[in-house]
Design a protein around this ligand. Structure first.
Ligand code: GLV
Ligand code: MN
Ligand code: MN
Length: 419
């Protein structure tokens, strides 16, 4: 087993403590939930801003609520972005995204005074909304930074009916200025993100670290099934148009088609109305999250799924309507930066690293629309994530820090050679 440097080991221990500290900033009493533009978002930014400042970074919250810390010095140098996100799913783990942000800060500390001699400026970004937990649309923080904000999102509503526009204002941000969060791609070297794997493959291969080759193409939908609410006792089966049973059959169709087509599809929410024990459900609303390696394959699978929905609706006398809430193309990691991550891992003695396609979404997807991106994955015991038992060991974070530092130095050296 390879072992990490002393500096990385000390910083990894501190990162574990900081993950615990951030885990206490939650809107759930017995779990972690920290969503976009909430008071918890503000508190997490305040805490991370302190850590960034202590690391010597110049810190600001941008026009989309992302927290950004830059190394001081020559502002004409090209910028290498490091980061991940601080928002969470509901009843989340404490490492998804967070560990990548804290590793970015730790890299600046490992560089120490060397940071001023680099031919690049480093900017660490804590993205504000990767998960899409509050408004359904994911990657809003990084979309603002990439300059691909869509003004149609302003009318998205959360579960309390609050629009994104009103949530912005309540958080103290000005919707009219969101475009100021965008980077000028011409100033960028690229974006490096460290993240837990959120799957079992590194652990199965007995490897601490891996290199991401590409990130899944994703789409998310809200599906409404309308039937007829009726008396649960008095209505014979041949007269029923049970929206819940139609939705349940549709959810099974998502699973069947995705398994056959080697994609992943998940029905993660389901709401039934009127929601009474003695009433046949008249309305069901559910979500579908669909991911595949390539955009065209994902879209073909979605067409197959919607044909299945139509067939189910026809058979049961239901009406089905679908609205798309999120779409992100597959992103392929850049060879130049990926090589740097690969050789960074090699410097830790981990040998030839495993290459993985990420089925999970990441902020790198948005940045990949405007600059080169690469990702370093950390082993995730049991492959469990989006769950309170999510874990990454301090030893693996320490190795990851050594690998990421070597990758940063490699990318910076390449930049020095090209300027
Ligand atoms: C984010 O974690 C996602 O893949 O949904
Ligand atoms: Mn996540
Ligand atoms: Mn994540």
């Amino acid at each position: 087993m390879s072992s990490a440097s002393r500096a990385a080991t000390d910083l990894a221990t501190r990162i574990a403590g900081r993950c615990d500290e951030l885990a206490r900033i939650s809107s759930m009493p017995d779990g972690i939930r920290r969503v976009y533009l909430s008071s918890e978002h503000a508190r997490a930014n305040d805490l991370a801003a302190r850590w960034m400042t202590d690391a010597g970074l110049r810190v600001r919250q941008d026009a989309a609520g992302n927290l950004r810390g830059r190394t001081a010095g020559d502002d004409t140098r090209p910028v290498l972005l490091l980061g991940s996100h601080l928002d969470t799913v509901v009843d989340a783990g404490r490492y998804d995204g967070i560990v990548g942000v804290l590793m970015g800060i730790a890299i600046v500390e490992m560089l120490g005074d060397r940071v001023h001699d680099l031919p690049v400026t480093i900017e660490v970004i804590a993205f504000s909304d990767e998960e899409g937990t509050r408004f359904g649309k994911a990657l809003m923080g990084s979309s603002a930074v990439a300059g691909v904000w869509d003004d149609a999102w302003w009318e998205l509503v959360d579960e309390d009916g609050v629009t994104l526009r009103d949530a912005f204002t309540a958080f103290g941000l000005d919707p009219a200025r969101v475009h100021e969060a965008a980077v000028d791609p011409a100033t960028l070297v690229g974006y490096l993100e460290a993240h837990i794997e959120q799957g079992p493959y590194l652990e199965r291969a007995d490897q601490a670290l891996g290199v991401v080759t590409s990130i899944a193409a994703a789409r998310r939908f809200t599906v409404d099934v309308v039937g007829e609410a009726r008396h649960a006792g008095g209505t014979p089966y041949e007269m029923r148009h049970d929206a819940l049973l139609g939705a349940a059959e549709a959810a099974l169709a998502v699973e069947r088609i995705c398994i056959a087509e080697r994609h992943v599809g998940t029905v993660g929410t389901m709401h039934v109305e009127p929601g009474a024990v003695n009433v046949v459900p008249g309305h069901a609303r559910f979500s579908v999250d669909l991911r595949g390696e390539f955009d065209d394959g994902r879209d073909r699978v979605w067409d197959e799924i919607t044909s299945a929905f139509d067939a189910i609706a026809g058979r049961r006398g239901l009406r089905v309507s679908v609205s798309e809430v999120h779409r992100a193309p597959a992103v392929f990691c850049a060879p130049r930066l990926t090589d740097a991550v690969r050789s960074g891992i090699a410097t830790t003695g981990e040998g030839q690293p495993m290459e993985l396609f990420s089925r999970a979404g990441h902020d790198a997807m948005s940045l990949g629309l405007v600059t080169d991106v690469a990702m370093l994955f950390l082993r995730n015991p049991g492959g469990i994530s989006h769950h309170p038992d999510e874990f990454v060991s301090t030893d693996d974070v320490a190795l990851g820090l050594d690998a990421l530092l070597a990758a940063v130095l490699d990318v910076a050296a390449g930049q020095g050679a090209s300027t």
